[in-house]
Design a protein around this ligand. Sequence first.
Ligand code: INI
Length: 165
Amino acid sequence: MKPVIHEGQLNGQGFRFAIVASRWNDFISSRLVEGALDALGRLGASQESIEVYRVPGAFEIPLLALRLAESEKFDAVICLGTIIRGQTPHFEYITAEVTRGIGEAGLQTGVPVVFGVVTADTVDQAIDRAGVKLGNKGFEAATTAVELVNLYKEAFGELGTRNAE
Ligand code: INI
């Protein structure tokens, strides 16, 4: 007898998505937002079901992601931003906190919160991940969100939130 394998479909129709995107390094971050919107559109999510929230820097992403995930208005939250290494340890502190905070937003709420923050040593590395050589991390994050909302619906029912009846 074979095990039952559960895997989310890539169909965004009928789900609601929040995108939280930071403005730092916006020439890259705005490409990530475009990539995410492109993916959601291609996968059947309607324009009215998507809300984009902009915050100043990546450090501001986790709290808003948490609040949006708690709001029960969205089936998934997609976090996008660009952190580029400078000459000081600042990069490490911001990156660690943003990564931890985004993960915690999902774990605290039970809502899929997807990590689409580019962390790069150089501007070129970041550009490569925003639609040039290595795909678009925004597109990838949105595709992941669509897969997860389908998986969660299959596993737990209509609503993504843990305490929804
Ligand atoms: N924020 C970013 O999103 N990317 C960066 O590369 C960055 N650097 O390099 O400093 C950055 N800093 C700002 C930070 O996210 C906060 O907005 C700021 O500290 C205010 O809380």
